[in-house]
Design a protein around this ligand. Structure first.
Ligand SMILES: NC(=O)c1ccc[n+]([C@@H]2O[C@H](COP(=O)([O-])OP(=O)(O)OC[C@H]3O[C@@H](n4cnc5c(N)ncnc54)[C@H](O)[C@@H]3O)[C@@H](O)[C@H]2O)c1
Length: 389
């Protein structure tokens, strides 16, 4: 798909998993943006960036879900937003075109062919808009060895059922020249897919949105490191009662997420937390607790030491809203990848590490200040390249 600056800058978010908690929140956000942008725009990190993309209010949602439930029923079921907030937009939301998710039959190539047809159909409905694939499928067992497939052909010949369902959506998007945001902890950024995305001129942003507890962990760990305070242990507990929380009760599905939440602390600090005890003392637990729905709660107990090894301790209690934190980040990321594509910056984008628990690509920034500095550099790079066009 050819890109030029004078195209209609409307963003078309092609959402895989559109009837989930984040997808439905996004659908309401897109509807509200049209008439009451002030309810959303102040909460975006890209509102004052990328003027070539037009204003942030121009967003259309489309996509797929495995569930046959009406979108409005799914919004009500998730309970992220009160009825009085979303009901006035119900007729607008009902215009969202969602297609049936493919069953995992046949080869990956067959799945991709079907999804490419879907992408074409969804794009034809919003002529001239800029499509971005948003992966919001459930967390799944992290089986893929990112280096296992060198060649895209090798991957395409595999049975679809042997791969994460996310892979078919991502490969179809890359083949159609559509940039990708992988908000899930699922490893879709296989070596073959990353190489193919460069060949096809597609940026890929991922993985695992850094929405709540981990965001503040990066901030605090960076602050402790900057002061030379030694982290002796970090105990993190999360309770949440949405479908993501239920899904993460299965240890296989949680393993990717827990790895992403755990690794980054040692990386920021530059030493293994718990080295003094001969075992890791960075513990992360996720517990499904239905009364809370999307209103999750997280506790952190952080044991630190100062001069003479004197022990000190810090407590953090976050009472957050999973999808309210996540949905605006998804929109921000869609704007970043659309801008990156215009600037002809392709493949995995480690400089977007600010938004992710496990930024994909080489030399991702680790500390909070490095992540902010990387974002500023990336924005400047985009603006310079676009202004030369
Ligand atoms: N909320 C957060 O703060 C946060 C942070 C980081 C990552 N994530 C990740 O984002 C993803 C989405 O989160 P959520 O809370 O919306 O999850 P959810 O479980 O509410 O939604 C997932 C949706 O995907 C659909 N689905 C399942 N298989 C499908 C398929 N093959 N094709 C199309 N649709 C399919 C389901 O029917 C469901 O509607 C999860 O992987 C989660 O771990 C969420």
């Amino acid at each position: 798909m050819e890109r030029s600056l004078d195209q209609n800058p409307q963003l078309l978010l092609l959402v895989a998993g559109a009837k989930g908690a984040i997808g439905t929140t996004l659908a309401v956000m897109a509807a509200v943006l049209q008439s009451s942008p002030q309810q959303v725009v102040p909460y975006l990190t890209t509102a004052d960036k990328f003027s070539h993309l037009g204003n942030c209010g121009s967003v259309v949602i489309a996509g797929w879900d495995r569930s046959s439930e009406e979108l409005s029923a799914a919004i009500g079921r998730h309970g992220v937003l009160s009825e009085e907030l979303w009901r006035p937009y119900e007729s607008k939301i009902a215009e969202t075109l969602l297609l049936e998710a493919p069953e995992p039959n046949g080869t990956l190539a067959e799945q991709v062919a079907r999804l490419k047809g879907d992408i074409q159909q969804l794009c034809e409905r919003s002529p001239g808009s800029r499509p971005v694939l948003i992966n919001l499928l459930p967390a799944a067992c992290d089986v893929s060895d990112p280096g296992r497939y060198d060649q895209i052909e090798e991957l395409l010949n595999r049975p679809a059922a042997a791969l994460l369902p996310d892979i078919a959506y991502v490969v179809a998007a890359v083949e159609c020249g559509v940039p990708v945001v992988n908000f899930t902890p699922n490893t879709v950024e296989l070596q073959a897919i990353c190489a193919y995305s460069v060949e096809k001129g597609v940026p890929i942003a991922g993985r695992d949105g850094k929405t709540g507890q981990t965001y503040f962990k990066v901030v605090l760990a960076s602050a402790l490191k900057a002061r030379g305070l030694y982290v002796d242990g970090w105990y993190s507990l999360n309770i949440l009662g949405n479908a993501d929380g239920l899904n993460l009760m299965d240890p296989e599905n949680a393993c990717g997420k827990l790895k992403n939440k755990t690794r980054l602390l040692d990386d920021i600090l530059g030493y293994p937390v718990g080295e003094r005890h001969g075992r890791t003392t960075h513990k992360v637990h996720i517990d499904y607790y239905p009364p809370r729905g999307d209103a999750k709660e997280a506790w952190d107990v952080i044991d630190i030491a100062g001069v003479f090894g004197m022990p000190m301790s810090l407590r953090l209690n976050l009472q957050g809203r999973d999808s309210i934190l996540a949905a605006p980040m998804v929109l921000d990321l869609a704007r970043w990848v659309a801008a990156l594509q215009t600037a002809e910056i392709f493949g995995p984008v480690p400089a977007l590490g600010f938004y992710f628990k496990k930024p994909v690509g080489d030399h991702a920034p680790l500390t909070f200040e490095e992540q902010l500095a990387s974002l500023s550099r990336l924005e400047a790079q985009i603006e310079t390249r676009i202004s030369k066009e």
